[in-house]
Structures are given as C-alpha cells and as structure tokens.
Design a protein around this ligand. Structure first.
Ligand code: SF4
Ligand code: SF4
Length: 435
C-alpha cells in the first residue's frame, strides 16, 4: 500500500495515542458552571449579548459576531448568567466571557432533522455562519468564510483533515470510528457549497482502521470521496503539508490554500457542519482528549464549550502526584496552562497532563543545523532566533518569520533546548508592532 507524505522537513515524535485510542467517546455530565469566552475563533471577538442575571437557553446566541471574520457564540446550556468578565483561555488570549450557572435539568432542542440537500449553497453557508462553526483543528478560522469562494476562483480539491498528527490526541480518530456516516454527510454538505473536482480525506498510517471504515461507508453511500493514506509524520496536519501530501500542491509564502484551488477542513469541523445543516445545531460542544502519563484515566469526552479544564481532569480520575505540566492542546503546538480553571473553547481538542516540563534548561546554539533540516517551511530557525534575541525583528521577518507555523519541529530537534517557538511568537508580535 502506497503511503504519501510531504517531503521537506518534519519530525517523528512518539505518538502516545495508545493511552486513549481505545477510549470510546463519553458524554461529560453537564458541569455546574461554564465559562464561555467571546474569543473562540480567529478574528474579532464576539460582542456579549447577555448580562448578569439573564436567563439563557441552550443554543441561544449569547455573543454576536462583530465583523465578517468573526463568529457567533451560543449558549452550551440552559442556565443563568452569573457574571460577564475578562477571562484568559489556553492560548493566552484574554477576552470577555459569559459565566453560566447551569440548570440541573437540561433541554435537548436539536432533535428535528432537516433536508439540507434541498437547500441552496447560499442557504447552507448562511446556516453554517448562524451556527457559529469554526475550524476545530486549532486554527478556529470561521468556516463560512473559508467555504466562501471568491468570484473567479475554482476549487479543485476539498481535503478533509483526518491526520491528527499531534501526539496523544485521539478525538478526531474516535470521531471517525464512531461517527463516520455523519462526518461523510458533513463533508458532502461542504462539497455542495464548494463544488470541488475531487474530495479527499487524509488519514495517517496509525489510523488505518478508520481509513478502512470510512472507505466502507463511502462505498455504501456512493459518495465521490477518496481516502488517502499517509505516512506518519509531524506536522502533516498543517494545511500546507497536508496539501503537499494529498494533492502535491505547494501553497506559496503568504498565500492561502484557495490560491492553489484547495480548501482544507478538519474532520471535527466536517462533523460540526453535519450537525449544523442536519439539525440546525450550533457549535456548543466538542470532543476532547484528556490524556498524558500523569492523568489517572485517559478519556475522550464530548463536553460543552466553556467546561473548565479542572472539570475534565476530575472526570478523567484526576491527576497523578507526578503532574508537572498541564497543556491545552497537543505537546507540539499546545500551550502550557497555569490555571486549571481555564475553559475549553471551540478549538480545544485536548488537555494533557505530563510528568515533565516541555521546556528544559537551554544552552547556547551549537550550529548543528538540525532545526533547518527539520523545518517543514524551509526556514532557518537558528538565524531567525538569533535576530529576535538581539531585537532585529525586521531581519527575522526578512528570513521568513511570518511563514513560521509554530509547529515546533525545530525546538523538538534542537539539542540545546532553545525556546525557539516562544521566540518566534514574541518576534512576530514585536515585529508587527514596529512596522
Ligand atoms: S516552528 Fe517555525 S521555524 Fe520552527 S520548524 Fe516550525 S515552521 Fe519552522
Ligand atoms: S537545532 Fe538548536 S543548536 Fe542546532 S542550529 Fe538549530 S538552534 Fe542551533
């Protein structure tokens, strides 16, 4: 069997998926309190529509998209607003959040089934926007914006991202194993909007059972979808690497997949599209992996957006005594979290508990060139880092800093344990300010 991959750079970290791979999705009982951030998407934060003391119903809009690149936020529960305050999420972003005390009895308003196939593409796009769907692979780009093809452009390929290349995370894998029909239906709804020449689902070799199951369902339904099996290689889940691996196209610096005729959509997003068009259900919950060597009972749970990490950890049997590092997301691109009460957002695919710090003590650069060799974007991380260290942000940007995906391949291979990615994040921020 031929396995495709991208050529330039990349690394092969131990995948550690065995900790949670066989853990079927469980529904988290509704927490007593949810903290729903107004900044759960790329773009302008939503504007809060509720104040302290207001009653909220499950699925009701509580935050309104404040610009085109923004997304509505819906209440994940029936309850009462107890506070509207600034809250930090795992990425470090601080925004208004609506705090909801959840009712003991919860309604189930999304049971009516709609015939989305009779809707026009425009109506489907409106519905996806109204349901607050954003990319759930971590980038959280508003999905309706991504699926809007500018006049004169044609989509050659819709690529569904079932790669999940971050170690430990298995939420997309469980979704593909437990809800293949729904995922495929969501994919067909996206395809109806885009009218692509080809539809591909990219899946890595550590999930071949999911690939086979999807192929079986594709064949049974007669869908024009192809499953592309891929070698295991990080960061293949990044849009640019995935497109290189699946359709052989390179997205040039500063350009988007659409510029090469492609749209990439995460597997969980395809499922959210299904729920939006089939049941008119907003994005109010998601599947999240709780894993790592320092959690007692790793799990995959479906939890309401706004659930505190501490509630997820408690549901997974709590942390072991050796817990040192709490991470929101995967170990490569995730964020170290100091406060376990921060809330899940639409892009939260994982909560990890690890017995060691990700960042050890660092030493001077030994000019080994490993970071250059493994950078999938063809950058020179050592030179960019040196320039940032000495405040030469423009020089770092001239070396392609803005093309850095913050994938962490350079830091993973650096024998000096230099905090390269933290440096690039800071360099981008300060470089933009100086412009
Ligand atoms: S973090 Fe940036 S510089 Fe480092 S390997 Fe990834 S893309 Fe290259
Ligand atoms: S991998 Fe680390 S030590 Fe080697 S050249 Fe890059 S920054 Fe320097």
């Amino acid at each position: 069997m031929k396995l495709a991959t991208f050529k330039r750079g990349g690394v092969h970290p131990a995948d550690r998926k065995e900790l949670s791979k066989d853990k079927a999705i469980e529904r988290l009982p509704m927490p007593s309190e949810l903290i729903v951030s107004m900044s759960q998407h790329l773009g302008a934060p939503a504007t809060p529509l509720k104040k302290k003391g207001d009653t909220v119903r499950k699925g009701e809009v509580i935050g309104s998209a404040s610009s085109y690149v923004s997304a509505d936020v819906h209440s994940p529960a029936d309850g009462v607003v107890t506070d509207v305050r600034k809250v930090r999420v795992a990425s470090g972003a601080v925004a208004d959040a609506i705090v909801i005390k959840c009712d003991e009895e919860q309604s189930n308003p999304f049971t009516e089934s709609y015939d989305w196939r009779s809707e026009s593409s425009e109506e489907l796009l409106k519905l996806i926007r109204a349901m607050g769907i954003v990319g759930m692979g971590g980038a959280t780009f508003p999905t309706d914006v991504k699926l809007t093809v500018p006049m004169g452009k044609k989509v050659d390929a819709l690529v569904i991202n079932g790669v999940e290349c971050e170690p430990y995370l298995t939420s997309d894998y469980r979704l593909m194993m437990e809800h293949p029909e729904e995922l495929l239906e969501g994919t067909m709804a996206a395809a109806k909007i885009l009218n692509p020449d080809q539809i591909i689902i990219g899946i890595e070799a550590n999930k071949l059972d999911a690939a086979a199951l999807l192929e079986e369902k594709i064949s049974a339904n007669g869908y024009p979808i192809r499953v592309q099996r891929l070698m295991m290689k990080y960061p293949q889940g990044d849009e640019k690497q995935l497109l290189k691996a699946t359709i052989g196209k390179e997205v040039p610096s500063g350009k988007l997949p659409l510029d090469v005729g492609a749209v990439v959509c995460n597997a969980s997003t395809a499922f959210a599209i299904y729920e939006a068009v089939r049941f008119h259900k907003p994005l109010i919950e998601r599947i999240c992996t709780i894993s790592g060597e320092s959690v007692n009972n790793p799990k995959n749970v479906i939890a309401p957006i706004g659930t505190k990490f501490s509630d997820l950890i408690a549901y997974a049997g709590g942390a072991k005594d050796d817990l040192v590092s709490l991470i929101g997301g995967g170990p490569m691109m995730g964020f170290a979290v100091a406060d376990p009460d921060i809330p899940m957002v639409k892009g939260s695919g994982g909560v990890l508990m690890l017995p060691k710090m990700l960042d050890d003590v660092s030493f001077p650069c030994v000019l080994c060139g490993k970071c250059v060799q493994h950078c999938p974007m063809g950058l020179q991380p050592n030179k960019m880092f040196r320039n940032i260290k000495y405040g030469n942000y423009q020089a770092a940007m001239d070396l392609g800093l803005m093309d850095c995906k913050e994938c962490g391949c350079c830091a993973y291979t650096c024998p000096s344990h230099l905090p390269l990615v933290q440096g690039f994040k800071l360099g981008k921020k300060l470089g933009r300010k100086k412009k």
